[in-house]
Design a protein around this ligand. Structure first.
Ligand code: GLC
Length: 510
């Protein structure tokens, strides 16, 4: 069935049958504000649910950078107080909610306004009162639902920032007749971030076991809360963004000191691989790349390679093997391994490296030094830039993602859609979306290495570069990668399954 008739069918269905209403609560959501993969998923997943006929909305803070005019934000609800008057003499905690609705009815988003905690802040993360900001978000959304005529059946609370939603719903708000009917799916996009501290080194005194009531906003103890632990403890259902990661986090190696708790809750722990928005990521229509192409015209990628080399200042040549990196520069992403092998690799193999992404200065410095040494072969832009990222997707031959762990990862899927072959470590969503190339067997969509080890990575890159030398094999590889379907349809159905089982579990209890 094509998309349009599917859409119509489900739209009609949604009138006949009552479909659960879904509210996503998160710290970021594209196109409004996006720092990383979470923001992207907060756009594409609700959108795909809406295309299936469901009413899925998003709730985020209104940060300073949010363009209220561009998104035509309208007042939705005012005077939301998440604290009794006495404890908030300056009214710091009183908020309003604004609403955005696009003309095509594809996105309905709510924004929690608060001058002190969001509107004065240009960044999403990184303030020394972050936990206060996230508790405010969690209380804000619940108070909003109390007042609003639109009430969700399911809340999807994402990562530690929204972990206080299930916590509050099952404690402070448990007797509210409206709120206590709502089911909560706690969605883990990255287990490593749990609060305003390094959870591996918490003094006993500061340890948050998750049972104590959430302290007052102005109480120092609020800064010690572990939103991730609380989210896992109090949610009705938990999911992570790939099946493999959902199993990995049950082990101490990936469990970030929460593997015991996750094992306790494993009966309600699921893994659903993220999808990508195949309209936004489409080499046939992408307006930011030099030449559009499809899997039938992959030779046109060469023009994009030239454009990429030109724009990055690399030596030009259609035949050169170009490896791209589109990544936050972070230990998670395997940059320590990369630093160990890049020099010997550049000395021994003929390839070029194009990098886009911001992050840790140590990594940036390393690549800048390489660039000085090999100006013709290494070039980077050390901040995130969507257009440059697309140039890499369309023009590079391979994309390197050697993550130590990767809950889902989106770049490898975008890369395959654009015919850039992923070289990845077999972990999390990378393991679930890339198949290893098998020479001569017409199988595989990328190059995989298993051990988190510089030699394993080195071998994978050498395999890729050798295979690139065999033009026919490489072309087949590119076509197989481009033929893979990473649209949200399948994963959105899996989310719906989870929602249904969450709602059913509720009925039994009543
Ligand atoms: C986090 C994870 C990444 C995932 C993204 C969206 O950023 O690190 O693997 O793709 O969330 O779920």
């Amino acid at each position: 069935m094509d998309k349009i008739s599917l859409f119509k069918k489900t739209k009609i269905f949604s009138f006949l049958k009552s479909y659960p209403k879904i509210l996503f609560v998160a710290s970021e959501a594209a196109p409004f504000v996006k720092v990383g993969g979470l923001g992207e998923v907060m756009y594409s997943l609700p959108k795909s649910l809406r295309e299936l006929g469901y009413d899925a909305r998003v709730f985020i803070p209104k940060y300073a950078t949010l363009d209220a005019e561009k998104f035509a934000l309208k007042p939705e609800c005012s005077g939301i107080s998440s604290q009794s008057g006495d404890e908030d003499p300056y009214g710091l905690l009183v908020s309003n909610v604004l609403r955005h609705e696009d003309e095509r009815g594809r996105t309905t988003a709510y924004f929690l306004e608060n001058m002190e905690y969001y509107e004065k802040r240009a960044n999403v993360y990184g303030y020394n009162d972050d936990t206060v900001r996230w508790v405010l978000l969690s209380k804000g959304v619940l108070e909003f639902i109390k007042k609003s005529s639109w009430k969700p059946d399911i809340i999807v609370a994402c990562d530690w920032q929204a972990g206080f939603v299930p916590n509050l719903l099952r404690t402070d708000y448990k007797d509210d007749p409206v709120l206590n009917k709502i089911k909560v799916l706690f969605s883990i996009h990255n287990l490593r971030f749990q609060g305003m501290f390094d959870h591996h080194f918490v003094p006993e005194m500061d340890f948050d076991a998750g049972q104590a009531a959430i302290p007052d906003y102005f109480d120092e103890r609020i800064l010690k809360l572990n939103g991730m632990r609380r989210g896992i403890m109090y949610a009705d259902i938990i999911n992570t963004v790939s099946p493999t990661y959902s199993k990995e986090i049950l082990t101490p190696e990936f469990g970030e000191a929460l593997s015991d708790l996750l094992n306790e809750r494993r009966a309600v722990l699921y893994g659903i691989l993220n999808g990508i928005d195949t309209e936004l990521w489409d080499p046939e229509t992408d307006g930011e790349i030099a030449v559009n192409y499809s899997s039938k015209k992959i030779e046109k990628r060469a023009e994009n390679k030239l454009a990429l080399q030109k724009s990055f200042g690399l030596g030009e040549g259609k035949e050169r093997f170009v490896i791209g990196i589109i990544s936050r520069m972070d230990e998670q992403k395997g940059f320590n391994l990369l630093m160990e092998i890049m020099n010997p690799l550049l000395q021994n193999i003929d390839f070029q490296l194009a990098i886009v992404g911001g992050g840790d200065n140590a990594y940036r410095g390393f690549f800048q030094d390489l660039q000085k040494k090999y100006p013709d072969r290494v070039a980077g832009h050390y901040f995130f830039d969507g257009k440059l990222a697309r140039l890499i997707l369309a023009g590079a031959d391979a994309i390197l993602i050697p993550s130590r762990f990767e809950p889902s990862g989106l770049v490898q899927m975008e890369a395959m859609r654009y015919g850039a072959i992923p070289i990845v470590r077999k972990t999390g969503g990378l393991a679930d979306s890339v198949d290893d190339y098998l020479p001569g067997q017409d199988a595989g969509t990328g190059f995989i290495f298993e051990k988190y080890d510089k030699y394993a990575l080195l071998i994978a890159i050498i395999r890729a570069s050798e295979t690139y030398g065999n033009k026919k094999e490489w072309q087949k590889l590119v076509k197989r990668a481009m033929a893979k379907d990473f649209s949200w349809e399948k994963s959105a159905e899996e989310y719906l399954e989870l929602f249904r089982s969450a709602l059913k579990s509720g009925r039994k209890e009543e």
